[in-house]
Design a binder for this molecule. Structure first.
Ligand code: CTP
Length: 405
């Protein structure tokens, strides 16, 4: 995702500095050209050699290092950088950056850089919460820096509180959000549903399905990376929700999902219903745990609301609605019927019978179906499939806009 992109990582003298090695490695795996600049203090925690081995580029510490290629490094790196992340950022370096001090290679280069700048503070809680640090962070935000909030937990100083460097996954995701994709969904509001629902039988038992939520999360993540403001409504899924969501609502039952989605539908430009919603729920949820007896147990079920069907009724001409159809037989025929019946603009159909498609895996084989065309796609990762679904929706939106002129 970062082919052809240059990422500069600034590493300052905090105990979390070792975690940035993992980030550097992940960036290289995404095909980024990675350059690391360390403060002198950072080299007390981790060696430049670690970063050089991971990135294949020289790790820069000293502003006046003459043992390297002839160009003014801080200016050339600042010009080359597509993104600049300082992680971990100590209170000291944050203060210097906020006030334009440039007394080492890191602060000098960042002052000259015009690309997106992201900083991830990590320090003792009292230092972080000190109004001086908070003011400095606010100054940086006003200058257009993105500040990633530290996480709460047990710190190296044995205190418990806010100050831990967030996960590599989150740091990587914020770099991807800044530079990985063209922001062709900027200004669009997208609602995605993901995962299964659970329908309770009694306080300890429920009916559900095998949905992992991976496909819905992939769509939500792709939309975030392309600049959309994304709301995710998810059932109890095993997949992890992506970073950068505008809103994430966790629900349990189909009725809860219905309420959350209906409430937010009017303000959306695009809604993608990837959730595997239970069509039925037990008529009664027992107040106490159902005890076994010697006879068979029968449970009566009643219909849940069909969320997609309801959205199809409420849909305005300027909105796009995308549903999913998972089938075990008659894929295209069933999908076409669902598209029509639920008044969706796009239906993503997949067959559970096809190798590489379905609930738990990381790949899918999908067919995109609109009122006028059917496109079968090859085996793709769910992340790739998500982008193809969004490509189609954007293409339909462009036609919608042309038609309304
Ligand atoms: N869906 C929904 N609300 C429901 C059931 C389904 O919004 N109560 C949505 C799903 O999120 C999906 C689409 O409808 O986008 C199709 O779901 P699917 O389970 O394949 O189809 P159903 O309409 O439930 O039909 P059937 O189970 O008979 O195949």
């Amino acid at each position: 995702m970062l082919k052809g992109k240059v990422v500069v990582l600034g590493v300052t003298g905090g105990i979390a500095a070792y975690k940035t090695a993992d980030l550097a490695s992940r960036l290289v795996k995404q095909h980024a050209e990675v350059h690391v600049i360390m403060t002198k203090n950072a080299t007390e925690f981790i060696t430049p050699l670690t970063f050089e081995s991971l990135t294949g580029t020289k790790c820069i510490v000293d502003t006046f290092d003459r043992n390297f290629q002839w160009d003014i490094q801080h200016i050339s790196l600042a010009k080359k950088a597509d993104a600049f992340m300082v992680a971990p950022a100590t209170a000291n370096v944050i203060a210097k950056m906020a006030h334009g001090l440039a007394d080492d290679m890191l602060t000098t280069t960042i002052l000259a850089a015009k690309c997106p700048k992201i900083i991830a503070p990590a320090m003792n809680t009292a230092m972080f919460e000190n109004p001086i640090t908070q003011n400095n962070l606010e100054i940086l935000r006003q200058y257009g820096f993105t500040v990633i909030e530290p996480e709460a937990g047990i710190l190296a100083c044995r205190d418990t509180g806010k100050g831990r460097l967030p996960s590599t996954e989150l740091l990587l995701s914020s770099i991807l959000q800044a530079i990985a994709f063209e922001k062709d969904m900027a200004g669009l509001r997208v609602l995605v549903t993901a995962g299964p629902t659970q329908e309770a039988l009694d306080p300890v038992r429920y009916i559900t399905n095998l949905s992992s939520g991976k496909m819905g999360c992939a769509v939500a993540e792709a939309a975030v990376l392309r600049g959309a403001a994304v709301t995710l409504v998810s059932g109890p899924m095993t997949a992890e929700a992506p970073y950068g969501l505008q809103e994430h609502l966790s629900v349990r039952t189909a009725q809860e999902m219905y309420a959350a989605v209906i409430d937010r539908f009017a303000e959306q430009d695009i809604t993608v219903k990837a959730a595997a919603v239970a069509d039925y729920r037990p008529v009664h949820c027992a107040d106490e745990k159902i005890k076994k007896s010697d006879t068979d147990l029968s449970v009566s079920f009643t219909r849940n609301p069909d969320i997609l069907l309801e959205l199809g009724k409420r849909k305005r001409a300027d909105q796009l609605l995308c549903g999913f159809a998972m089938e075990t037989e008659n894929l295209l025929q069933n999908a076409a019927e669902k598209l029509k019946k639920k008044n969706a603009d796009l239906l993503v159909a997949n067959s559970l019978r096809q190798a590489g498609a379905g609930f738990q895996g990381d790949t899918n084989v999908i067919t995109l179906m609109t009122q006028t065309e059917t496109t079968e796609l090859p085996l793709l990762t769910k992340k790739e499939a998500a982008h193809r679904i969004l490509d189609k929706l954007l293409e339909m939106r462009a036609k919608q806009e042309t038609a309304s002129i």
